[in-house]
Design a protein around this ligand. Structure first.
Ligand SMILES: CC(C)(COP(=O)(O)OP(=O)(O)OC[C@H]1O[C@@H](n2cnc3c(N)ncnc32)[C@H](O)[C@@H]1OP(=O)(O)O)[C@@H](O)C(=O)NCCC(=O)NCCS
Ligand SMILES: CC(=O)OP(=O)(O)O
Length: 325
């Protein structure tokens, strides 16, 4: 079954509430209106209601099934300030909290934290840093996970689907962090019907090059084996060895993963962010994400290059993350 058919079935009837801080953006409004009229989620758009209504009217959208909330004038404001100060544990004064909760990304994150929403989708206008920082500070990582990371489902046609990570968050993860990213990515892959076979990517395959950057991937591979001994995972592998069976036979004949990897772990954010965009723009893969992994509650960051369809799909994925045990 198509991934989105399957996800739609999973969230149908659950009335999951997704908040969109960028409420005046036409891509966001279009996706929210579609999601509401398809009965898939209950969307809330944030911003000045008059400005959202004007943007919707200009773009020809009917907002009757969509909730609007204004971060600068909301009945929950005082409770939110108190909850923010308590959560930041001495890192924000009440005065700072007053200001911060009026920022749409902080306000949306607080709605998720306070169980007023089941997830947040932002980043069509804001940078990744501005989108995810509130989630890192407020939602925080699940027990046992030290770093949030950003994964993409890379899909071509109906059946070809892979997972890439980290393409969004950790600029230069150390070996421990890279190992955690690999283990979390395998869990995310399984959620989205990808059988995880994890390749720890490098510019070296099984010792073909020597460098500290390669040593990091070798150490991360060993650590990932310790963290998840049952997981099909191998490294260090170049992309061709990980992906192309004939190359795998030449470069890594004994590898259980080389040649048929489905989850690709990039050694740093330079390679990860460049890599997914090349597959998307040259390879005609649809890039769905970044899906933030390891958070206590789902928050997703769009690329600013996203279109309405990308917003629609990432909102479905964000809602579906609520169904993870
Ligand atoms: C994600 C990012 C914004 C965090 O940077 P930052 O805000 O400067 O982070 P700080 O070091 O000030 O930490 C802020 C908080 O987030 C937490 N944090 C930072 N990175 C984290 C991570 N990967 N996972 C979990 N928590 C993290 C810190 O522990 C800190 O928490 P605290 O305030 O409760 O102590 C930064 O790593 C970044 O810019 N990454 C690249 C994003 C990007 O441009 N990607 C390309 C496009 S997708
Ligand atoms: C994920 C990503 O690269 O986001 P942006 O294109 O907004 O920088």
């Amino acid at each position: 079954m198509d991934l989105f058919e399957s996800l739609r079935k999973k969230i149908d009837g659950k009335h999951l509430r997704i908040v969109f801080p960028e409420g005046t953006d036409a891509r966001i409004i279009g996706a929210a209106v579609r999601l509401a009229s398809d009965g898939l989620i209950q969307p809330t758009l944030l911003g000045d209601p008059a400005a959202i209504t004007a943007a919707a009217t200009t773009a020809g959208f009917d907002l009757s099934r969509v909730t609007l909330r204004d971060p600068t004038n909301d009945p929950l404001h005082d409770d939110m300030v108190a909850a923010f100060v308590a959560r930041r544990k001495g890192k924000a004064t009440p005065e700072q909290a007053e200001q911060q909760v009026q920022d749409p990304n902080y306000f949306g994150t607080m709605l998720v934290y306070m169980d007023e929403a089941d997830g947040m989708v932002s980043g069509a206008v804001h940078s990744t840093a501005d989108t995810v920082r509130p989630a890192l500070q407020i939602i925080k990582t699940r027990p046992g996970v030290s770093r949030t990371s950003g994964a993409f489902i890379m899909q071509r046609g109906r059946d070809e689907r892979y997972l890439f990570a980290d393409n969004a968050i950790n600029i230069d993860p150390d070996a421990q962090e890279l190992a955690e990213i690999a283990v979390e990515s395998a869990k995310t892959a399984a959620l989205f019907d990808i059988d995880p076979k994890v390749a720890m990517l490098s510019f070296s395959t099984k010792g073909s090059a020597k460098a500290p950057q390669v040593d990091k991937v070798v150490a991360a591979t060993a650590r990932a084996h310790e963290l998840a001994p049952e997981l099909a995972l191998d490294g260090e592998l170049q992309f061709d060895a990980a992906f192309v069976p004939t190359v795998a036979k030449l470069k890594a004949p004994a590898s259980p993963v080389a040649g048929n990897a489905t989850v690709f772990i990039f050694p740093d954010l330079q390679s990860g962010n460049i890599g997914y965009k090349i597959a998307q723009r040259f390879g005609n893969f649809e890039a769905i994400g970044p899906i933030l992994q390891g958070l206590n509650k789902p928050v997703s960051d769009l690329s600013r290059g996203a279109n309405e369809e990308d917003v629609y799909k990432l909102a479905i994925i964000t809602a579906a993350q609520n169904l993870i045990e």
